[in-house]
Design a protein around this ligand. Structure first.
Ligand code: HEM
Length: 447
């Protein structure tokens, strides 16, 4: 519990996956399980109670590894959660991610028919994640997870994915990631942007008032919903060679390549934001946790430093939409806990080596629809809100090869054309990470 004017968050009951900052460097593993036997599923949940991490968030490496568990709608069903309770979850969660594909832009190469099996299928019931600062402690955490499900007939591992921070500390496109995060009131997380008030706990954790002053819609019974959070995970393959080739083709030289790349993201590869470093990368700023998120967009409404269409600015326009007054950006924030998978494409290589690489995108929040889905559909997949209806997010926007991206410059703006897709969805799911009391309730179900 925290004191002062903060809302007291019941941190001992909340799984810490969402509120913990990921260690850097990190290694991790995701495991998906299927429950064929209800009693075995409940035994799994009972065992996991002593495996999952909870308590005050800490990014201290000595804290060790973090284990988080989340359930899909099908998983809750397999555990025998009563129908009236199942019906009380967010409709998008009940449908599952694959059913939302058209809405989310997961079409063509990204469509569920082409997803990696068993992602997006009704077989995915339980998602486990272990993250650790080093391989030794990861091994111990993975071992604990294994003990929770091994020799339980009726519970099977159906998918596993390793992840790790690339030696560069960056993601596959070459950029530092995970910087722009909201600070959650009462969480004990260090403030990320001194120019913004922390967001209300109910934006991320169920059972607390959110930015509207209300409690977020919460599944019933109360014990099941309280202190839980919705989790989205998406395996996103990145076409790094295509991305590099495109920049090479559009830029006059290496310096301009770096600039165009930064304009597409809103930050330089080091993480330095364009608003604070408009001309060239500033690695010191990129690495400075006190400064690298300390900015707003009000002084750059025309986007001369950071284009309105840049990925990070689309995903969190901060105060840039305040003038319109119609959108409250604070209702569309999210915690991201994404990780990298696959080998880096060595620097300078422009040919595709056929390797699978990219990001396991992970969202945590109280509102699937107005946070994850809103940002994905309205801000990343559509450009109406920035007056460029035909433009999609330059990094992650779904497109057929004819995408464009406008970079405002003086005296005339520059428009990049014929932009191919750089990211392909390999699959994903909507999950619910319950609090510890809720897990006990699930383990003790009598249905
Ligand atoms: C392969 C896919 C993706 C890549 C490579 C990627 C990369 C990045 C990078 C490099 C940044 C800037 C650094 C930072 O602030 O952390 C960023 C920021 C961000 N991205 Fe993504 N991203 C991807 C997908 C997504 C998706 C699908 C969403 C949401 C639906 C999203 C939401 C955000 C948000 C909210 C921010 C922070 C903006 C801020 O607070 O300034 N990203 N991303």
């Amino acid at each position: 519990m925290t004191g002062g004017h903060d809302v007291a968050l019941d941190l001992d009951d909340i799984q810490s996956g969402a509120l913990h900052e990921r260690p850097s460097p990190y290694v991790g593993q995701y495991v998906l399980l299927r429950i064929d036997d209800r009693a075995a599923g409940r035994e799994l949940v009972r065992r996991l109670l002593s495996v999952v991490d909870h308590g005050r968030p800490s990014s201290e490496p000595r804290h060790g590894a973090w284990v988080t568990v989340a359930f899909t709608y099908q998983g809750l069903k397999a555990l025998g959660v009563p129908n009236d309770s199942l019906d009380s979850f967010a409709p998008e969660f009940q449908q599952g991610m694959a059913a939302r594909a058209v809405e989310l832009g997961d079409v063509g190469e990204s469509s569920p028919a082409r997803w990696e099996k068993p992602l997006g299928s009704p077989e995915v019931h339980v998602a486990l994640a272990a993250l650790s600062p080093d391989a030794a402690r990861l091994q111990a955490a993975v071992e604990k997870m294994r003990r929770a499900h091994q020799e339980l007939s009726g519970v099977d591992v159906i998918w596993a994915q390793d992840c790790y921070q690339l030696p560069t500390g960056r993601t596959s496109f070459g950029f530092k990631d995970g910087i722009g995060q909201p600070t959650v009131e009462g969480s004990g997380m260090p403030p990320s942007n001194p120019k913004e008030k922390p967001i209300k706990a109910g934006e991320i954790i169920l059972g607390y008032p959110d930015e509207t002053g209300e409690l977020p819609p919460m599944p019933s019974p109360d014990v099941l919903g309280r202190n839980g959070t919705y989790i989205v995970f998406r395996k996103l393959h990145t076409k790094v060679a295509a991305y590099r080739q495109y920049l090479r083709a559009k830029a006059a030289n290496r310096e301009e390549e770096a600039l165009l790349g930064a304009k597409m993201v809103g930050r330089w590869q080091s993480g330095a934001p364009l608003v604070l470093a408009p001309e060239r990368d500033d690695p010191k700023l990129g690495a400075d946790r006190r400064r690298h998120n300390d900015f707003l967009y009000a002084d750059d409404l025309r986007g001369l430093k950071c284009p309105a269409g840049a990925h990070a600015r689309r995903a969190n326009p901060r105060d840039a939409l305040d003038a319109e007054g119609s959108v409250n950006v604070r209702l569309h924030r999210m915690i991201r806990r994404g990780t990298s998978y696959g080998p880096a494409l060595p620097e300078g290589v422009l040919e595709d080596d056929g390797a699978e690489r990219g990001i396991i995108f992970v969202f945590a929040g109280a509102h699937l629809k107005r946070q994850f889905e809103f940002v994905k559909t309205q801000w990343l997949n559509d450009g109406i809100f920035i007056g460029a209806p035909t433009e999609k997010d330059p990094l992650v926007g779904p497109r057929d090869g004819a995408g464009s991206f406008t970079i405002p410059t003086q005296p005339i703006r520059r428009r990049l054309q014929q932009m191919p897709p750089f990211v392909v969805t390999r699959g994903g799911e909507y999950c619910f990470a319950p609090g510890l009391r809720a897990m006990r309730w699930l383990a003790e179900l009598q249905t």
